[in-house]
Design a protein around this ligand. Structure first.
Ligand code: SAM
Length: 222
């Protein structure tokens, strides 16, 4: 009998593990990590600023939904590629006192007209979108003049020593975290995509500095 090459076995074991992990474990882990109290406290302050026709890019499990101010919301559109996370979000959406429509999969291809949105909300998602520049250009396209991009994201640290670790760990981190990147220069990416940042608070929110440098703010199409 021919021996099955070890590489062949390892390849399929890895494939099976990643498929199983991505489908059953990662969505639950993402929901859990994003439900942390310190993140929730920021959601409480940031999300009620959204108004009018709102697009949430990377709506995930819908953790922002309870914090929208119903008196300011005309409607919410949500998009996300994860069917597992959207399943959780849809249950929450059904209990909201405003309409929530799930309209698409990817921030790089937003199925909405130019200038059709008053607020784009994006939280802990710019780290994970494969073509983040394309997605930011899309957000800029759908926002009306004067509309606001509200963001809360982790990313590249201003400290050289931490940045060095972010760059080192990133290749492994992206594999186990569903494509999340530790080292994206969030405010620069936003500015380079045709936005003017009108409010920015950038600081560590966790002692775990490689993942804890956060950018929270508001930008408008320039
Ligand atoms: C860490 S989770 C954050 C979820 C949610 N925004 C929150 O604050 O709880 C990152 C989200 O980005 C989504 N994502 C990944 N690639 C994306 C893409 N191309 N376009 C839009 N969302 C994407 C993931 O499916 C996931 O829901």
């Amino acid at each position: 009998m021919h021996a099955i090459p070890l590489n062949f076995i390892l390849y399929f074991a890895n494939l099976f593990r990643m498929k199983f992990y991505d489908k059953y474990i990662l969505p639950k882990l993402t929901h859990l990590v994003c439900s942390q109290n310190d993140i929730t406290r920021v959601r409480e302050k940031l999300v009620p600023l959204a108004k009018g026709r709102i697009l949430e890019v990377g709506i995930g499990s819908g953790l922002n939904l309870p914090f929208y101010d119903p008196t300011k919301v005309d409607r919410v559109w949500g998009l996300d590629p994860s069917s597992q996370l959207k399943k959780i979000a849809k249950k929450k959406a059904a209990r909201m006192p405003f309409d929530v429509d799930f309209i698409g999969l990817s921030g790089e291809d937003i199925p909405l007209e130019k200038n059709s949105v008053d607020t784009v909300l994006v939280t802990y998602t710019l780290c994970s979108i494969p073509d983040v520049r394309k997605a930011l250009n899309e957000m800029n396209r759908v926002l009306r003049p004067g509309g606001e991009l509200i963001f809360y994201e982790h990313g590249r640290s201003p400290d050289k020593n931490i940045r060095k670790w972010q760059d080192k760990i990133n290749p492994i981190w992206t594999k186990i975290s569903g494509g999340c990147n530790l080292n994206r220069p969030i405010s620069n990416l936003i500015k380079e995509s045709g936005f003017k940042i009108i409010n920015l608070d950038a600081k560590y929110n966790s002692p775990l500095k490689v993942i804890g440098f956060n950018y929270r703010g508001i930008a408008v199409p320039a």
